[in-house]
Design a protein around this ligand. Structure first.
Ligand code: SAH
Length: 395
């Protein structure tokens, strides 16, 4: 057994059940754990604190599996955790309304570093920490058994793997390689998902409920969907009887999938236009042409993965929000999002307020939006809350 002893006074965050131990908090290590091995964590005076996975390369040197001294970290432990995560999703999405759901949301489900999304009969997993990587084969077997899914595809090509000293990897882990495109249902609408090449695990499941919200408010509106990806918001807007939708993304590849997603649903596709371009420039062109809209979506990629980049990110958020607010007609709605872990909900609201001030626009917040409930936030892990959104109504 390996034992990691913390420096005096450094057990505080663990006592609040925050699941990370940074390298600087460690006093000494008994034995020589390999990456992913389970270690016992002790306070300086030698009291048991937790069982955790060891990662020599990462600044997050330990990630906690369990707070119980009498727990054994083995296949049985992972079975209980995965079962718990799956059970928690039961009834979240009505089967006829959707078959794409996040089954495991890492730290917030007590499984640090493990993300699992279900797309119909296919699971897509990311193993993002040394601990998750160490238990990969066990987890893969369990996931297949407990879900009855046909295959499990691995998308461990996230950059955070490098911080853990792990190589990026992508490929089938159980079952045959998935078809180039899988069809899934979300809010009763159909979407193609490319699990091998799409962003993250293929689709942004975290926006499910926010797309539904937009669908309810889109009737009769002229909509601008910025950072449209494969058309999630665009298709919901059309399904909500929007008068027109202009979808903008810088990637021709994702827009091709958006086009096919439009065709997949019985929608008035003639009302949608897909535009390949840089949102920062397109918003300026629309301003110069004096074009206006009744509803705008801003769902940009992560501008600030860490708090250190928050200032630079703030400039980006302010710029697009300012431009978008100016393009809205009176009574127009702005759905504006940030998925940057480094930008808090509070800071995001301040940035948007600053943008409105500079734009000379009066606006009210009529809704606060979050990641969907299959992406829960454990109370002991506030970092799990990454997606925040505001719905503004322009006066
Ligand atoms: N709203 C989407 C998800 C957006 S992901 C959904 O509901 O599924 C972010 C998207 O922004 C990606 O598709 C990426 O190609 C695009 N993107 C990144 N930078 C961009 C830029 N400067 N201009 C336009 N699109 C950009």
């Amino acid at each position: 057994m390996y034992t990691v002893r913390l420096k005096a006074g450094r057990e505080k965050s663990l006592l609040r059940r925050h699941p990370w131990v940074f390298a600087g908090a460690i006093d000494s290590i008994q034995g020589a754990p390999a990456d992913g091995d389970t270690v016992q964590v002790e306070s300086h005076p030698g009291e048991f604190l937790a069982w955790a996975a060891y990662s020599s390369a990462s600044q997050i040197r330990l990630r906690v599996w369990s707070w119980q001294a009498d727990e054994t970290i083995d296949a049985g432990f992972f079975r209980r955790r995965v079962e718990r995560a799956i059970t928690a999703r039961a009834g979240l999405v009505q089967p006829e309304r959707g078959n794409a759901v996040r089954l495991v949301h890492a730290e917030s489900d007590g499984l640090p570093g493990l993300v699992v999304d279900r797309y119909a009969d296919t699971l897509v997993a990311q193993f993002l920490s040394s601990g998750a990587e160490h238990w990969k084969e066990t987890l893969a077997d369990l996931l297949l058994e407990l879900t009855g899914a046909r295959r499990l595809y691995e998308r461990s090509d996230a950059e955070v793997r490098r911080l853990e000293g792990l190589d990026e990897y992508c490929g089938p882990l159980r079952g045959a390689a998935p078809p180039e495109r899988l069809q899934v249902i979300e809010n009763g609408l159909k979407f193609w998902v490319d699990v091998a090449h799409g962003h993250k695990t293929g689709y942004y499941l975290d926006q499910r409920d926010n797309r539904q919200r937009l669908m309810q408010m889109a009737a009769g509106r002229q909509v601008l969907d910025c950072f449209a990806y494969t058309g999630g918001f665009t298709i919901h807007a059309l399904a909500g009887r929007a008068e027109s939708v202009l979808a903008v993304d810088s990637s021709a590849e994702v827009l091709a999938l958006a086009r096919d997603n439009l065709a997949l649903n019985e929608l008035p596709v003639g009302r949608a236009e897909l535009l390949e371009g840089d949102v920062f420039q397109v918003l300026r062109q629309l301003r110069d042409r004096r074009q206006t809209f009744d509803m705008i979506v801003l769902d940009p990629p992560k501008f600030a993965p860490t708090a250190a980049l928050a200032e630079q990110a703030a400039r980006g958020y302010k710029d697009i929000n300012l431009l978008a607010l100016k393009l809205l007609r009176p009574g127009g709605l702005l759905f504006t999002f940030s998925c940057s872990g480094g930008v808090s909900a509070d800071l995001f609201q301040k940035i948007v307020a600053g943008a409105a001030l500079d734009a000379g626009v009066q606006a009210q917040i009529i809704d606060y939006l979050h990641q969907a409930p299959d992406h829960p936030v454990a109370l002991n892990f506030p970092e799990g809350a990454y997606l925040k959104g505001l719905v503004l109504r322009v006066g």
